[in-house]
Design a protein around this ligand. Structure first.
Ligand SMILES: Cc1cc2nc3c(=O)[nH]c(=O)nc-3n(C[C@H](O)[C@H](O)[C@H](O)COP(=O)(O)OP(=O)(O)OC[C@H]3O[C@@H](n4cnc5c(N)ncnc54)[C@H](O)[C@@H]3O)c2cc1C
Length: 327
């Protein structure tokens, strides 16, 4: 069994769970293993309802008997589950929560944890997990060795939530766990949301990203116009943000956001590894760059080798014509 740990907040499923499920469905097919989801929560009704159509074998609900997330209780529940159900692979998000409870679980069950994975490949009847190291300058492939379970956390955006296979009718099983006198050593007393940014790149289906090739801030207007006609949002490479042409929350990459939209158009972006790791899992990547050797073309599905100042306005005009929008 591959066990996915559902990520949730305030009784609602977080979208990253669907990304983990996409991975688990693929790996499950490769290894011929069923996929189950563990919902460890105080209130699980709404979370279970959101998972009900996913093509998975079982939803295991564990009443954690605490309203807010607790790393100690989650780790204990997973320890019990792993010892009894013996999953081959346990996956969670590389989120603040996942990074909190997964190392505890690994220590408790004495199994290897591969943290911050972005990809995998099949190696016989085992999985090689890819994680980024040295500020995402290099990828490290790990073939974990374990007589028991293998634990892994995946970076948000590593797999596309949209690729989740639906049409299942998983069995919902309540899994009793005795929390005994496990002391909840920490309690969440308040949670302060970061100020909402003007744009949520992680959930945008279309991102049109600007790079240093735009030369100056004023030229970003052509990128914004293309994004608008496509119903998308603008993104940026780091130099664009460092030059203060755009605010920090628009940055895509290892020190910015990790995104996996349906369409990612990279304009005047060379494709440095730190940028690629933030967008290479996009469903369709279009690169516009005058340098045919630019590394961005290695991940692009479609490429236009030409001057962006010629191509972008022409593309926008064409799309406007197709949509019957006047310029
Ligand atoms: C620790 C660390 C973290 C980093 N994190 C990030 C990150 O999160 N995100 C990120 O993006 N970068 C990050 N970087 C920076 C990264 O290494 C690159 O420097 C950066 O991505 C380059 O941005 P760029 O592609 O816009 O610029 P450049 O590399 O300068 O590329 C500009 C491109 O525009 C093309 N171009 C120029 N003029 C035209 C034209 N008229 N028409 C068509 N094409 C044209 C050029 O051919 C070139 O390929 C990080 C670096 C470090 C060290």
């Amino acid at each position: 069994m591959i066990l996915v740990v559902a990520e949730h907040q305030d009784g609602k499923l977080k979208p990253v769970t669907n990304e983990l499920l996409t991975f688990a469905q693929r790996a499950g097919r490769d290894l011929d293993l069923p996929v189950s989801v563990a919902v460890i929560a105080g209130k699980s009704d709404e979370i279970v309802a959101s998972l009900k159509t996913a093509k998975v074998a079982r939803i295991l609900t564990i009443d954690q008997a605490a309203d807010s997330f607790s790393a100690e209780l989650t780790a204990h529940a997973l320890k019990v589950l792993i010892e009894q159900a013996k999953p081959r692979l346990v996956v969670a998000s590389h989120s603040t929560n996942g990074m909190d409870f997964m190392p505890r679980v690994a220590v408790a069950v004495r199994c290897p944890l591969v943290a911050g994975c972005v990809d995998y490949e099949k190696h016989g009847d085992r999985l090689v997990l890819t994680r980024q190291v040295f500020n995402a300058r290099m990828n490290m492939k790990t073939l974990p060795n374990s007589g028991g379970s293998i634990l892994a956390t995946f970076l948000p955006g590593a797999f596309a939530a949209d690729d989740l296979e639906r049409g299942g009718s998983p069995e919902v099983v309540s899994y009793p766990v005795d929390f005994g006198n496990i002391a909840d050593r920490r309690r969440v007393v308040a949670r302060q949301e970061a100020p909402k940014s003007a744009v949520d790149l992680t959930s945008a289906p279309v991102i049109v990203a600007a790079g240093r090739g735009l030369k100056q801030k004023e030229n970003l207007a052509i990128v914004a116009e293309l994004a608008e006609v496509l119903g998308g949002v603008v993104g940026a490479s780091r130099p664009v943000v460092d030059a203060e042409w755009m605010p920090r929350e628009y940055q895509v990459g290892s020190s910015g956001q990790t995104v996996a939209p349906k369409l990612y158009i990279a304009i005047g972006i060379s494709g440095a590894i730190q940028h690629l790791v933030g967008m290479q899992n996009s469903r369709c990547i279009v690169a516009i760059n005058k340098d045919a050797e630019a590394p961005i073309f290695k991940v692009a599905h479609y490429g236009i080798v030409d001057d962006l100042f010629k191509v972008v306005p022409a593309l926008t005009r064409l799309l406007k014509d197709l949509k019957g929008v006047s310029s």
